[in-house]
Design a protein around this ligand. Structure first.
Ligand SMILES: C=CC1=C(C)c2cc3[nH]c(cc4nc(cc5[nH]c(cc1n2)c(C)c5CCC(=O)O)C(CCC(=O)O)=C4C)c(C)c3C=C
Ligand code: FE2
Ligand code: FE2
Length: 335
């Protein structure tokens, strides 16, 4: 059978770049935080406890108590433009769009909360993007972050008749482009301090020890990032893991215990950086910058500085542009 004359023309390749981050509440209020935490903590990739055991704990205890506490913490770091994570995500997308020009359309989406992955992919598709490069902005692979972002993306495509072609940016924990960006960015921030730190603590988000035993490469990825960046810095570095949640054993050493023990070991001037976070957020600004600082100083520390994440810094954006351009190289228009 011959196709009808009005058969649609096969479209030219058009590229969309989708930056994906974790997500954050819409407001620093208990109701918005509860909505966000309910979605986040219901994800079986994040809490790997059988649903039958976890649901009563989540709904009966955690979602009754934590939203108010977390809302207070969010309130301490909230900006006029919104949650720091959302503000940085918007800036990163805008800056990357400016760098890529007409060669691709850049959007960002959040795994939990807004803007969601499904609606953002639909927006790219409606704008004519039939090829999408997804970039989960987690340098170190973790099932609780990278895999679940990809699950949500694949789920969105599973509900489409005409799917875009997909490409995923791999984890970049040991990529020279990332290590060099971190080293340059941290060196610049260290040089601008009004004191010389005895130690730079590289703090990564933690996860349960059990996930490491189950084969998640996250711990090893963090160790390698820390070693590679440490080799390029003038200040001696340590690694630690933060943000422990629940009663299970998490990866160690813990950031809070490490900071508290420093002064009695003679380490009284510290700088802290969080190289696993592509954007400053509650975990860096409040947990490290407020609580970490307070307890380090209370334990006898003298000077404390929290260094910025790569965010939309020149080093961070050059890194993102290079990582993305490398992936897009196979997608340049046919001549
Ligand atoms: C329940 C267990 C959690 C695991 C496992 C986990 C892994 C994980 N998280 C990040 C990055 C971020 N987490 C953030 C906040 C946050 N994380 C958890 C719990 C787990 N994270 C909770 C309950 C929260 C919410 C805040 C709170 O109530 O304390 C954030 C910041 C979000 C923001 O709005 O600013 C980021 C980013 C990684 C990289 C990771 C795996 C290693
Ligand atoms: Fe987390
Ligand atoms: Fe390891």
């Amino acid at each position: 059978m011959t196709p009808p004359n009005d058969h649609p023309a096969i479209p030219e390749p058009q590229i969309g770049v989708l930056l994906i981050n974790l997500g954050t509440p819409d407001a620093p209020e208990a109701s918005a935080v509860r909505r966000y935490l309910a979605e986040f903590l219901s994800d079986p990739r994040v809490v790997e406890i059988p649903r039958l055991a976890w649901k009563p704990i989540l709904h009966g205890i955690i979602l009754r108590t934590r939203p108010r506490k977390s809302a207070h913490a969010y309130g301490q770091v909230w900006t006029n433009e919104g949650s720091p994570l959302a503000v940085v995500a918007r800036r990163q997308a805008k800056a990357l769009q400016a760098r890529l020009g007409d060669s691709a359309r850049v959007e960002y989406a959040m795994r939990y909360g807004n803007p969601g992955i499904e609606s953002t992919v639909a927006r790219l598709r409606d704008a004519g993007c039939n090829r999408i490069l997804a970039a989960p902005l987690y340098p170190q692979y973790c099932a609780a972050t990278t895999a679940t972002a990809n699950d949500a993306l694949f789920g969105a495509l599973a509900r489409m008749r005409v799917q875009p072609t997909l490409r995923i940016l791999p984890p970049y924990y040991d990529d020279a482009v990332y290590i060099d960006a971190l080293a340059a960015n941290l060196s610049r921030q260290l040089a601008a301090l009004d004191f010389t730190p005895d130690r730079l603590l590289l703090s990564f988000h933690g996860m349960p020890q059990r996930t490491l035993e189950l084969g998640d490469p996250y711990h090893c990825h963090c160790q390698k990032t820390a070693r590679l960046v440490g080799e390029k810095l003038a200040v001696p570095t340590d690694i630690a893991f933060q943000s422990r949640f629940g009663r299970a054993k998490w990866l160690g050493p813990a950031t809070d215990a490490t900071l508290d023990a420093y002064p009695e070991r003679g380490i009284r001037r510290v700088a802290v950086a969080a190289p696993g976070f592509s954007a400053d957020c509650l975990e860096t600004l409040e947990e490290l910058g407020i609580r970490g600082r307070d307890s380090f100083l209370a334990a006898g520390g003298e000077r404390f500085a929290l260094l910025d994440c790569l965010n939309d810094s020149a080093e961070g954006m050059t890194m993102l542009e290079q990582l993305v351009r490398r992936e897009l190289a196979g997608w340049v228009p046919r001549t």
